[in-house]
Design a protein around this ligand. Structure first.
Ligand SMILES: C[S@@+](CC[C@H](N)C(=O)[O-])C[C@H]1O[C@@H](n2cnc3c(N)ncnc32)[C@H](O)[C@@H]1O
Length: 359
């Protein structure tokens, strides 16, 4: 005779709280597409420039179809991204909303974040497949929104922090850059960090590299647009074998954990640094234990790590898959395994930790 235990009693309040959270997030998931649509159609920019508008006025100003715009506006107002005045039937962006949705130079700029999230979600069926097999999915295999969204997501943070806080936090590096230094920016993607440094330090010479040819093509275009081709050049090269040596500074922005063999890449960095050279590693903000990261920032990063970073690493030789929430202790182990004896946290922000490593 078999006995079965009764199912555990459900706590109705806890269940309702879970369902309430899920309703918010169901709306938020679809809203990633709506923010991207509003950005592409110029709806936020028109509202920011023109003040409160009805959906008809907004549609007319942007050359779009009113019926879609009306629905979009209502969704945005329901989510708190637009204000709505019921008496006039007009929608408006408050100053804070206008900055967050229309100013790409502001550290609060949001459209890139949503574009990155949308691109990652579009590719999620492929992640379902590789999660069965254990295979990887390379950065180069993603839809373009991932590459473009990544640039637009990270660039405002670099604009706000790189020149003002991160480089000055490194020992003696700004002085070298002012005089004229050799710099390798590895895993540079579309090159926003490389170009930013190149603009600020015209006497120095910068080589941005990335294994993804499409990203390097965009980086070259960006450098031409910024007028920094004299001091900045780009190369399609993997981190474990980028060219040159005697670098005063090597930088890696949000990419070490994406690599299959970060220890091999770190060894290569060591072999290409000048004797008193510095390696700056910018990585996602994270505590060392899972329980330290069970918060909104950790949640976002673990999600991106599942969809982008872990599959990227698993697609490459080594497949160490550090994940985007590796934390300082694990990262320091990787650097130590490559022979870096001095590692310290030089700076941090709510989204990033900045490590300085020296041989
Ligand atoms: C999250 S993106 C960051 C890009 C850029 N550093 C930025 O901050 O905008 C990660 C980058 O690492 C690059 N990457 C991944 N594995 C690499 C490897 N083994 N060698 C060189 N680049 C690599 C990807 O192609 C991608 O451009």
């Amino acid at each position: 005779m078999t006995t079965t235990s009764p199912p555990p009693a459900l706590d109705a309040d806890r269940l309702n709280a879970l369902l309430g959270q899920a309703v918010v997030e169901f709306g938020a998931t679809a809203n990633a597409a709506l923010v991207t649509i509003g950005d592409r159609l110029g709806l936020y920019r028109e509202l920011a420039a023109g003040g409160p508008m009805t959906s008809s006025e907004l549609a007319e100003g942007t050359g779009t179809a009113e019926r879609y715009v009306r629905e979009w506006c209502s969704a945005q107002a329901a989510g708190g991204y637009l204000g709505y005045d019921a008496d006039s039937g007009r929608y408006a962006l408050a100053p804070e909303q206008a900055v967050a949705f229309t100013d790409p130079e502001s550290p609060a700029y949001l459209p890139g974040f949503f574009q990155l999230a949308l691109g990652a979600v579009i590719d999620s069926p492929r992640i379902t497949e590789v999660a069965r097999s254990g295979a990887g999915l390379g950065w180069h295999e993603h839809v373009h929104d991932v590459h473009d969204g990544c640039e637009r997501f990270f660039r405002p943070g670099y604009n706000a922090n790189l020149l003002a806080a991160w480089l000055p936090a490194l020992d003696g590096v700004v002085e070298k850059l002012e005089r004229g230094a050799r710099v390798a920016d590895v895993g540079c993607g579309h090159g926003s960090s490389t170009i930013l440094m190149g603009e600020r330090f015209p006497r120095s010479r910068f080589v941005g590299s990335d294994y993804h040819a499409g990203s390097i093509e965009t980086a070259r275009r960006r450098a031409a647009e910024a007028g920094v081709e004299e001091q900045v050049r780009f190369a399609v090269e993997p981190a474990a074998a980028y060219s040159g040596d005697g670098y005063d500074l090597v930088t890696m922005f949000d990419c070490l954990h994406d690599m299959g063999d970060p220890v091999g890449a770190a060894r290569h960095v060591r072999s290409t640094l000048a004797p008193d050279g510095t390696w700056m590693i910018v990585e996602p903000q994270a505590g060392d234990r899972v329980e330290d990261n069970l918060n909104p920032v950790g949640r976002a990063y673990y999600a991106f790590s599942t969809l982008l970073c872990t599959p990227s690493s698993l697609s490459q030789e080594g497949g160490l898959a550090l994940g985007a929430q590796a934390g300082e202790a694990r990262l320091s182990e990787v650097l130590g395994a490559a022979g870096f004896t001095q590692v310290r946290r030089a700076a941090d922000t709510p989204f990033n930790i900045v490590l300085e490593a020296r041989a």
